[in-house]
Design a protein around this ligand. Structure first.
Ligand SMILES: Nc1ncc2cc(-c3cccc4ccccc34)c(N3CC[C@@H](N)C3)nc2n1
Ligand SMILES: [Ca+2]
Length: 448
């Protein structure tokens, strides 16, 4: 096991990784920007170094300064968390070159999965169902029109280097198709530096279901169940749960085995997520996320497995300590992302000083928070301040528990989306598990 690792992230996920390290006797190095000099994660670490001014580009995205701190402190490995450099192949290879272990898959796999076109063709070879469509990069409008006709409208135009919903557009006619091709190309070129686009069939009312995978460097790969992530707003997930309310043992095994086939095909090592769209009994590969996800905690709650500890073990070259048969999904877990934003003002970020803070607690409640009373939430980073997770023996108990926890959770001084979550949890369709990716729009959830 490592003696010391550096966490190249901030907030709740930095603390989450440090907690796993503390339990394993691994000492931790935090890197923080000038805006985070008072942040909890910097205090929690055994060592903490300022790596630059507040803007992410000058600090949390600054590859050289992060690797420099790792070298100086003798950190043997770096955990990238999520966001920032977590899916940046250049960062992973910079670590490899510096002889520092990147806790995640290889830079080649990150690179490969960063292209939706490459990922899709790897899935087809692995025999994993993909969204109906055409995996070729679109070179000109005439070909696009032809392909569009053969797939059948409505279509989804997507940037191959896209992610998080950026660089995708639904089109219903050939005119819309040609217009979308040029607009997506431009967005993709400026946002991702890669204007490659492709076309798929648009699935109208899908669910967003993802499979957590874990693979070691000895060729063992298994899945840790499923998560339903359909409750999103503008591609930001808000409420996630495990298992999906529509999951059956057969479907879970089917999707899980497909995800493992995908992981083995691309030579995946460490923790990762295979995202699917589910529609009318069928599921289709969307993309592979080559990082630990925000919502990993709900999987930990229903499997009893500490995924971050397993990441550290795998990165050390250890074999997975369990097989697929050892994995059991028990009960139901729900996560609400607590964001410092104002639901009454289009969810605009609401940075500022937390004047009163009382966390939720009690049976079956887990709070992964990066904040505390008196903390000043900086305006430079994303607005998520904590994750409120609950476990129940079944989904009904989990919902009741989440409602109780949302009632207990008090944050005064900044606006939060807690009222929004209280509203969603009380919607009948939510209790019934009638979720699609259009849930928030369909129920025009105005905050309380
Ligand atoms: N062919 C096809 N049809 C429907 C889709 C639906 C989604 C989707 C998934 C989850 C939430 C959404 C919210 C609004 C619009 C789309 C979604 C989707 N993605 C891709 C990126 C991921 N974050 C969301 N891709 C889709 N692709
Ligand atoms: Ca992704």
């Amino acid at each position: 096991m490592f003696k010391k690792i550096l966490i190249a992230n901030r907030g709740e996920i930095a603390i989450r990784v440090m907690r796993a390290c503390k339990e394993l006797g691994v000492s931790t190095v935090a890197v923080y920007s000038e805006a985070d000099s008072n942040a909890l994660f910097a205090k929690y670490a055994d060592e903490a170094y300022c790596i630059g001014p507040p803007p992410s580009s000058r600090s949390y995205l600054n590859i050289d300064s992060i690797i420099d701190v790792a070298r100086k402190t003798g950190a043997e490995a770096i955990h990238p968390g999520y966001g920032f450099l977590s899916e940046n192949a250049k960062f992973a290879s910079a670590c490899e070159k510096a002889g520092i272990i990147f806790i995640g898959p290889s830079s080649e796999v990150i690179e490969k999965m960063g292209s939706k076109i490459t990922a899709r063709s790897a899935m087809i070879e692995a025999g994993v169902p993909v969204v109906p469509g055409d995996g070729r990069a679109i070179e000109d409008d005439a070909t696009a029109i032809e392909i569009g006709e053969s797939i059948g409208y409505p279509l989804m135009v997507k940037a191959s280097a896209g992610g998080g919903g950026i660089g995708m557009k639904v089109v219903y006619t050939p005119e819309e198709l040609t217009r979308a091709l040029s607009s997506i190309r431009n967005v993709a070129a400026s946002t991702f530096g890669d204007s490659t686009v492709f076309i798929e069939k648009y699935l109208e009312e899908p669910r967003h279901i993802e499979i957590q995978i874990l693979a070691d460097s000895q060729g063992n790969c298994l899945y840790l169940g499923d998560r339903e992530c359909s409750i999103q707003r503008r591609h930001q997930k808000l409420i996630e749960e495990a298992p999906s309310p529509i999951m059956t043992p057969e479907l879970r095994r089917d999707m899980g085995e497909a995800a493992v086939k995908a992981a083995k095909k691309i030579g995946y090592v460490n923790a990762g997520t295979v995202e699917f769209l589910y529609s009318k009994g069928d599921y289709y590969f969307l993309e592979v996320n080559t990082r630990l996800q925000v919502e990993h905690g709900v999987t930990e709650l229903v499997t009893g497995i500490d995924i971050v500890k397993q990441q550290l073990r795998v990165a050390c070259g250890e074999k997975l300590p369990f097989t697929q048969d050892d994995i059991e999904i028990r009960g139901s877990a729900i996560e609400c992302r607590i964001n410092a934003e104002d639901p009454l003002n289009d969810f605009a970020p609401s940075p500022g000083k937390i004047r009163r803070y009382r966390s939720a607690g009690g049976p079956g409640v887990r709070v992964d928070s990066g904040v505390h009373m008196g903390y000043v939430i900086p305006p430079f980073y994303d607005s998520m301040i904590s994750k409120l997770c609950v476990w129940g023996s079944d989904r009904e108990e989990a919902i009741a528990r989440m409602k109780r926890a949302l009632y207990e959770y008090v944050v005064v001084g900044v606006k939060t989306n807690i009222p929004f979550h209280r509203t969603v949890l009380s919607i009948d369709a939510f209790a019934k598990g009638d979720l699609t990716t259009h849930f928030i729009d369909d129920h025009d959830v105005l905050s309380a």
